[in-house]
Design a protein around this ligand. Structure first.
Ligand code: HEC
Ligand code: HEC
Ligand code: HEC
Ligand code: HEC
Length: 193
């Protein structure tokens, strides 16, 4: 019995430690969940899959100039009220449409569905219909005459690549540099299997 109790205490402290190692200690998960630590993206990309350290991008100071954390909605742009989204053109779509909350670690800790929808639910692969929208969204970027069809490829390359390009511009001495737009295989890796 004593052995069992000791084991149980050890197990509980292990759980507590592993939890505090991932989310900041000020956030207590109650009824919600923690954000994923590492996400494998593009498992079906011909160039290879992309290992994305979600937690490092949330908890470290990863803004272009390295002074701030990245806000959840810089990536999860539909996880905020529409009145907030429209402040950042061309954004106007949020999910669900009537949402009143903005994604944060605190919100996620109490609401497991705080993200609302995954990128690919809307930014589907080329030639496929997205799960949530009638068609893949189109955006007209400054300097181009034609709208861009925001497939998964376009959506991720704009979000991820543009920040990394800005990082290298702002902090040319950062070693190693983050994978910039042109460094395809710094992100896409073929696995042995
Ligand atoms: C910053 C990391 C990064 C860099 C650099 C990058 N990609 Fe990607 N790429 C991604 C991610 C993430 C996805 C989307 C994966 C998903 O849908 O889950 C993607 C998707 C794609 C897709 C679509 C895959 C599919 O069929 O769904 C293609 C094609 C692609 N990338 C080619 C390239 C090429 C070519 C380059 C270099 C010019 C490049 N990528 C540079 C991260 C990157
Ligand atoms: C509920 C659907 C939906 C989800 C989920 C979604 N998007 Fe979008 N996205 C859109 C729509 C629609 C637009 C066009 C502008 C608008 O209507 O807000 C857009 C525009 C964009 C743009 C172009 C505008 C810009 O800021 O440069 C990028 C890049 C983008 N999304 C990336 C992402 C990424 C990365 C994710 C996941 C982290 C994501 N989106 C999740 C629907 C969605
Ligand atoms: C640098 C971009 C980026 C930032 C910043 C970011 N995320 Fe994510 N997150 C992603 C991507 C990409 C996925 C993969 C799923 C997808 O395609 O939407 C994801 C997935 C998730 C998931 C799992 C999907 C789900 O619906 O449960 C959660 C939870 C999540 N993020 C929460 C957060 C929270 C909370 C923050 C802010 C503290 C945050 N994310 C900031 C890019 C980001
Ligand atoms: C707002 C800025 C920003 C966005 C958005 C962003 N990153 Fe990064 N990323 C960084 C910074 C800064 C680093 C380098 C950190 C360092 O080395 O100090 C980095 C590093 C990386 C690395 C190198 C390994 C690591 O994590 O250190 C990979 C791979 C990467 N990012 C993938 C992605 C993918 C995939 C996305 C889109 C889903 C993304 N990033 C979105 C800022 C960003």
């Amino acid at each position: 019995m004593k052995v069992f109790t000791t084991f149980a205490i050890a197990l509980v402290s292990l759980l507590v430690v592993s939890q505090s190692a991932s989310v900041p200690p000020s956030v207590t998960v109650q009824g919600g969940k923690e954000p994923p630590a590492v996400i494998i993206l593009g498992v079906d990309a011909k160039l290879g899959q992309v290992k994305f350290n979600h937690l490092d991008h949330i908890t470290k100071k990863r803004s272009a100039d390295g002074t701030k954390q990245i806000a959840c909605v810089e990536c999860h742009h539909t996880a905020q009220p529409v009145a907030e989204a429209v402040k950042h053109p061309p954004h106007k779509t949020v999910w669900p449409a009537e949402r009143t909350t903005t994604l944060s670690l605190e919100l996620l800790a109490t609401d497991a569905s705080a993200v609302g929808a995954a990128c690919r639910d809307c930014h589907a692969r080329a030639e496929t219909k997205p799960k949530l929208l009638a068609e893949i969204p189109q955006v007209k970027f400054a300097g181009s005459d034609e709208p861009t069809i925001m497939t998964n490829q376009q959506a991720f390359h704009h979000t991820c690549g543009e920040c990394h390009d800005a990082v290298v511009k702002a902090r040319p001495d950062l070693t190693p540099p983050p994978p910039t737009s042109k460094k395809c295989v710094a992100c896409h890796k073929k696995t042995a299997a």
